[in-house]
Design a protein around this ligand. Structure first.
Ligand SMILES: CC(C)(COP(=O)(O)OP(=O)(O)OC[C@H]1O[C@@H](n2cnc3c(N)ncnc32)[C@H](O)[C@@H]1OP(=O)(O)O)[C@@H](O)C(=O)NCCC(=O)NCCS
Length: 346
């Protein structure tokens, strides 16, 4: 375990970084790295593309939670958020809650705010918006951004955009390592339509079936997170698969295979043309889905926080996002916290 370091200037410091360097190398050799950036990294602030999305990915398994960290956090997170983190019993949950809060403040400081003081950033979790964290800009000079966070099993992802976004990440695994896939599927039978189950169970291999399941699950979650309703929308009301005309077959002796397409999502049977979805996957690892929709979809929930010029933006998101519009960036949480708390580290 790292030992505490107290610098001569009495600025609290956290030396998890050096320790983490080795741990990260070990972790990297055990596992494939996260999806490599699909395109250039950039800042939304400097982009003229209002549909660009910045996705931050953070693996937190090796983040050291020690007293040094706790002292540093007081400089970048309000006490209420520090309390939220330490209210969790298990370190794994604390690490994910920590990354969620630090990434959110970082992306707002970097992209939207006129103020780079992390503590001055006002993030509200309002009951009206299902406790979805939302940035409340403090100055008319701020450029509003939407953000949304998701975490699962030591991975935290954040999506930020000028458009309304929702994101979901899931490890591609059943809820318990040794749980048979059939049992897992049976427990969630009622969350998917007959057509969706045909799509999920079409491949012969269990791994492929589980991947298809995760594709649909994350898509539904990303949507309910974008509109902030969460569990209030029953997953069965959302259908993510369409059957394409014509069936494919590789030879005349094998029966024709149905062919399916992901999307457009249907809500209560009606196609949802104003939202687009994009999956990112790490084979044998995690499935991520990003949902992007128009501001007006969120207006009723938290419109009063969004400046008028953003709300009245007339454009709906495009039918699909290109590689150039989705910027994926791996973030080292330790380095990020040090950047904001060690004087001169910026
Ligand atoms: C919070 C909720 C919206 C998502 O929960 P989850 O999938 O367990 O959690 P995720 O890791 O994806 O997301 C958690 C993060 O979402 C954000 N969040 C919280 N409430 C939110 C809401 N109403 N809408 C959008 N985002 C929300 C928070 O940032 C939270 O992380 P934090 O508290 O550490 O900051 C949950 O209440 C929910 O309703 N989930 C939908 C479940 C569902 O219907 N699934 C259907 C799939 S078939």
């Amino acid at each position: 375990m790292p030992t505490d370091v107290v610098s001569s200037t009495r600025v609290p410091s956290w030396n998890g970084a050096l320790e983490n360097q080795n741990q990260r190398q070990i972790a990297a050799s055990l596992d494939e790295p996260f999806p490599s950036p699909t395109s250039r990294m950039g800042r939304l602030r400097d982009s003229s593309d209002s549909y660009a999305v910045r996705i931050l990915l953070c693996e937190v398994a090796n983040t050291v939670l020690d007293e040094g960290l706790r002292e540093c956090l007081a400089e970048i997170l309000p006490q209420s958020e520090i309390d939220q983190i330490y209210r969790f019993r298990f370190d794994a949950d604390r690490r994910m809650a920590l990354a969620s809060r630090v990434l959110a403040r970082h992306v707002i400081a970097d992209e939207g705010g006129s103020d780079t003081d992390m503590l001055a950033i006002d993030i509200e979790r309002s009951k009206k918006a299902g406790n979805r964290p939302i940035w409340k800009p403090s100055s008319p000079k701020d450029r509003f951004i939407h953000f949304n966070v998701s975490h699962d099993k030591d991975v935290v992802v954040l999506a930020a955009s000028r458009q309304l976004v929702g994101i979901d990440v899931m490890r591609i695994a059943t809820t318990k390592e040794d749980r048979p896939l059939r049992d897992f599927f049976d427990s969630l039978r009622g969350s998917f339509s007959a057509l969706e189950w045909r799509y999920i169970t079409q491949p012969a291999g269990e791994r492929d079936q589980l991947e298809r399941f995760m594709e649909l699950w994350t898509m539904k979650e990303a949507y309910v997170k974008a509109i902030a309703t969460g569990l209030y929308v029953e997953p069965l009301r959302l259908e993510c698969v369409s059957e394409c005309n014509g069936a494919s077959t590789s030879s005349t002796s094998t029966p024709p295979q149905a062919s399916f397409a992901l999307g457009p999502m249907k809500v209560d049977g009606k196609p949802l043309a104003s939202f687009c979805f994009r999956h990112l996957r790490q084979p044998d690892g995690y499935m991520i889905c990003l949902a992007m929709g128009p501001h007006k979809a969120a207006h009723e929930l938290y419109g009063s926080f969004i400046p008028n010029d953003v709300l009245t933006c007339p454009y709906d998101p495009p039918a699909a996002l290109t590689d150039e519009q989705v910027w994926v960036e791996a973030v080292d949480l330790t380095d990020l916290i040090n950047r904001y708390t060690i004087p001169g580290a910026f």
